[in-house]
Design a protein around this ligand. Structure first.
Ligand SMILES: [Zn+2]
Length: 901
């Protein structure tokens, strides 16, 4: 770093304090074959022979034309502070750095000689996750450095003036706080990272959990990065295989699996000294010993790496590795320490890792083909005598990082165990993340369907928190009657979904019926909806602050009086109370003022020309969003950190399911309501059961969501028996058992039933598949999207109608629609849409020179900027955007000439 050009390896090594060629070669290798490969490098640096010269050489590359002493000092500084700083920043650490560099060189040469394969950068042993603490630390480091620089600058400035130094005056007390706050508020971190801090997703409890376990790759989303997006074998049990967004971020944004944990890091020095005690020969000593032996007696002794740094050798790798593992299981070494021994024809390396950021996962330790965790242990856990930590402390379960997992032989099921196995999976279902964990029978679904569901589970309305009456979230949804799914998975309890569910069990029949469920639409029972099915409430909080301005002026929350500038029709203020705030339980709609507020004029001289003398206040009231309506739910009056009065108003809106609202089962089967059919028109079974929802049979063959069919049967069994059915992925009650249960309950084992047409009362010719499926109401609702406009606001710049629902915009008449009219020759309609109903303006054009002319009110004449009063001016109707184009061309120095007539 800070050196622009390349520096020969041997010079860097020498500058790091290795005087002789022999020492340098020792730091790299003891292998004669590799030594030979080093010869060219050695020659390249042959003219620099002492440490001083090497430093001088490097210094010369950094700063030119300085005296030798300065150059050496500078080179030392760079080597200490910026070169491999994770190994230390003191002069004593240079030897460590030399050996690290030597190891890099040896590894590279081994690759060239074909003794080693290139590292797999997608292997999780080569990846580290950064957590909040880590990120905050690096942010603080940068801010603190800048703070010190600022302090130094201030000190120097004061010193120059010769005044006394008062530390209180020069330290900017809020600088660090402010910078930290800014980074957290914007998500812009040091090193150009963006989106580090995000607004926590509170759609439902699951989306919050999932958001907190998200893993974001720094790779750019615009490049393909196929390998990085693919599932890697080492993601097993660490990263959810299903939960990842579709589109540009696919495979780059991931989610932790249920049991995965991230290491926080253990002090490395402690581990290092322990290793030396166990018999690791420090690398410098080891290399010297080998060197003294004749070439043919040299052996390749197993290298020991601690956190990627070569620290020494050990003659009995199996002993060392087993010793560390045993000590860890006995609790004498931190459970975060992982060790792996990699042996190939040429390579014998022991890797010991104790750094933070590795994803580790727990596994049951197996000895002689028997798992250490026995049923009595589980019994103790069940009785509450033991906790998870007891299993870790006793070495029954241990956390493995991806590197150590390379040494492990893991059985998935206890019955597969053989004496060779080292570990046993605790529960294979936990390879899933929180969102995929709620899917019943996920193993029966086509994989993409599970990914869709993992994405949709985050949009389901539910019960995000229990203190909603006290909260003032900027917006939120609540489902009125959330239910636990009848088809349970074991993981629902573990993640707390059963306490905060996000959906309802619905009686679902599979048939086309009216045909209003084509293309994934759903036919809902209107009566079920009237009884409260899938009913929810939407909350939005509005807030206004009384800001203070310089000069003693301040905002006032009050009913604006009619002489305030910008006063609107009295109608919109009708709900305001005496204090200028809406009354609770008032029914409000878009445009109504919720908090009345007036502010001082922006500039002292503002409006003076036109208005009566005296200071006029502006109206800056806060009004309800366009297109929304609701009932004022709560008003909160408080103070901001600066002591300004702050008013928050929460508005609630009841959402009864209506045509177009979106629903989804837990199998990626989404759809919108196509028809609300009254109870009496719906089909019924022999027992009089009427479905809540009717899904089209075409939803199944191509999607292959067998899980939903099984869930339907499981739900039916559960409802009939009055107990939950376990549908955990890989473990759930299987199809055969479900069929038997149904049979025992007196139903068709297939899940089908004879049904009757609700309108005619005739029996259907085929039995209909009917059961209970857990459906989620997603937060895409028609009430939030429905939009139309006749007249409304226009953009100031182009005078065209605004865009988007939030701005009360028009519906876009795009280029494809335009082409359509052109093709039909519908010229009048085209003109009407694109000109008359858009940005039509009248512009005066000078017939003489073709420039835009203007009307001079003083002399009551049309004038041209070139021809002045002689101009013959014509009125031309054109698009305002075109007028803008003419003027922009003029600003570029181009003369756009319009020929009139
Ligand atoms: Zn002219």
């Amino acid at each position: 770093p800070s050196v622009a050009s390349r520096i020969p390896l041997f010079i860097v090594m020498r500058a790091l304090g290795l005087e002789s060629d022999k020492q340098i070669v020792e730091a790299i290798t003891w292998d004669p074959e590799i030594e030979v490969e080093l010869l060219p490098s050695l020659e390249a640096a042959s003219d620099v022979q002492t440490v001083e010269d090497a430093l001088d050489y490097i210094g010369g590359k950094i700063i030119f034309g300085q005296p030798r002493q300065r150059r050496i000092e500078r080179a030392e500084l760079v080597l200490d502070k910026y070169f491999l700083p994770h190994l230390g920043t003191r002069p004593e650490d240079r030897i460590k750095k030399a050996y690290f560099l030597g190891q890099m060189a040896e590894k590279l040469l081994e690759l060239v000689l074909g003794r080693r394969k290139p590292d797999d950068k997608d292997h999780y042993a080569n990846k580290r996750l950064r957590l909040a603490g880590d990120l905050l630390a690096s942010l603080f480091r940068v801010i603190f450095k800048r703070f010190c620089q600022d302090l130094q600058y201030q000190l120097e400035k004061i010193w120059d003036t010769g005044r006394a130094v008062y530390i209180e005056n020069i330290v900017r007390a809020d600088l660090i706080t402010e910078r930290l706050r800014h980074a957290l508020a914007t998500g812009n971190w040091t090193g150009g990272k963006v989106g580090v801090s995000q607004l926590l997703d509170r759609t439902n409890y699951l989306s919050t959990l999932s958001h907190l376990r998200r893993v974001v790759s720094p790779l750019s989303r615009s490049q393909p990065h196929f390998e990085a997006r693919d599932l890697h074998a080492t993601q097993w049990g660490r990263i959810c295989p299903n939960e990842s967004p579709e589109g540009p971020n696919c495979g780059l944004v991931k989610n932790l699996a249920l049991m995965a944990r991230i290491t926080v890091g253990v002090d490395e020095t402690e581990i290092e000294s322990k290793l030396y005690e166990i018999g690791v020969v420090p690398i410098q000593k080891a290399r010297k010993e080998e060197r003294e032996k004749p070439e043919h007696e040299r052996r390749r002794r197993p290298k020991v790496f601690l956190n990627g740094r070569l620290i020494g050798v050990h003659d009995d790798p199996h002993f060392l590795v087993n010793y560390i593992r045993e000590e860890r299981r006995k609790g004498r070494i931190n459970p975060e320490v992982n060790v792996a021994y990699i042996e190939t024809e040429y390579i014998k390396e022991i890797y010991i890792n104790c750094d933070g950021g590795r994803i580790v996962r727990p596994l049951i330790v197996v000895k002689d083909g028997k798992p250490l965790v026995a049923s009595e242990h589980v019994e103790k856990l069940r009785r509450g005598e033991w906790t998870w930590n007891d299993f870790i402390e006793r070495g029954l379960i241990e956390y493995l990082d991806p590197m150590e997992e390379e040494n492990a032989y893991i059985a998935i099921n206890p019955e597969d165990l053989t004496p060779e196995h080292t570990h046993l999976e605790i529960m294979p279902t936990t390879i899933l993340g929180v969102c995929a964990a709620i899917i019943p029978y996920a193993e029966h679904n086509q994989s993409p369907r599970n990914s869709y569901e993992a994405a949709m589970a985050k949009q389901a309305l539910g019960f995000p928190c229990a203190n909603m009456l006290l909260r003032m979230d900027s917006r939120g949804h609540f489902l009125h009657y959330p239910q636990r799914p009848l088809a349970q998975t074991k993981l629902l309890d573990l993640i707390g979904y059963n306490d905060r569910p996000a959906g309802q069990n619905m009686v679902v029949a599979v048939l086309t019926l009216t045909g209003y469920n084509i293309e994934d639409a759903l036919v809902f029972s209107k009566s079920a909806v009237d009884r409260g099915l899938a009913r929810s409430t939407f909350f939005r909080t509005y807030e206004a602050e009384e800001r203070k301005y310089p000069g003693g002026e301040e905002d006032r929350i009050e009913r604006p009086s009619p002489n305030v500038r910008g006063y609107r029709a009295g109608e919109v203020y009708r709900h305001l109370g005496e204090d200028g705030i809406v009354e609770v339980e008032a029914r409000v709609r878009g445009g109504d003022v919720l908090i009345g507020r007036t502010s001082p004029p922006r500039f002292m001289g503002e409006y003076r020309e036109f208005e009566v003398p005296g200071r006029v206040r502006r109206e800056t009231s806060l009004d309800m969003r366009h297109g929304e309506s609701g009932i004022v739910d709560a008003v909160l009056i408080t103070e901001t950190g600066e002591g300004n009065r702050l008013v928050k108003v929460r508005v609630r809106d009841l959402r009864v399911p209506e045509l177009g609202d979106k629903f989804a089962s837990r199998h990626g089967q989404k759809g919108v309501i196509g028809l609300l059919l009254p109870h009496e028109d719906l089909p019924f079974t022999e027992e009089g059961i009427v479905p809540d929802l009717i899904i089209n049979p075409h939803a199944f063959p191509s999607r292959m969501t067998m899980g939903q069919l099984l869930e339907s049967m499981a739900g039916k069994v559960a409802a009939l028996k009055g107990e939950y059915v376990d549908s955990t992925t890989f473990y759930g009650t299987n199809e055969r058992q479900l069929r038997e249960e149904l049979k025992k309950l007196g139903f068709q084992p297939s899940g089908c039933e004879v049904m009757y047409d609700g309108v005619t009362g005739e029996m259907y010719k085929v039995p209909i598949f009917i059961g209970i499926v857990y459906y989620q109401k997603l937060h895409h609702m028609v009430a939030d999207k429905m939009h139309a406009r006749a007249r409304g606001p226009v953009q100031i710049l182009t005078r065209q109608p605004t865009e988007g629902r939030a701005r009360e915009g028009g519906l876009r008449f795009g280029e494809m629609e335009r082409d359509c009219l052109v093709a039909h020759g519908a010229a009048a309609l085209l003109k009407d849409r694109l000109l008359e109903e858009s940005d039509r303006t009248t512009v005066y054009i000078c017939e003489n020179c073709g420039l835009v002319a203007y009307y001079d009110a003083i002399s009551d004449k049309y004038k041209c900027p070139l021809c002045e009063e002689k101009a013959k001016v014509a009125q031309v109707t054109m698009s305002y955007a075109f007028k803008l184009l003419l003027q922009e061309l003029m600003s570029l120095g181009i003369y756009p000439k319009l020929k009139v007539g």
